[in-house]
Unconditional design. Structure first.
Length: 71
């Protein structure tokens, strides 16, 4: 998770909160550690961008769900 924190600028608590809220759903290892994909990282960066623009977490989730996923 340290690499994810470094790549996104988000704290451990923020990552857990966004996971709990369903904004990102990372895979889990056998030890239950979160395994973030490149797509998860991009989505987290999108969340951060939208929250910085003043959207609520719920509004950011709706906006990201409306955006086409990168191919």
């Amino acid at each position: 998770m340290a690499a994810t924190r470094r790549l996104t600028g988000l704290s451990h608590r923020q990552l857990r909160y966004y996971d709990q809220r369903g904004l990102v759903v990372p895979a889990r290892s056998g030890g239950r550690h979160r395994l973030y994909t490149d797509g998860d990282i991009q989505r987290l960066l999108g969340v951060r961008r939208l929250l910085a623009a003043g959207l609520t977490v719920a509004a950011a989730a709706r906006r990201l769900d409306q955006e086409p996923s990168p191919s």
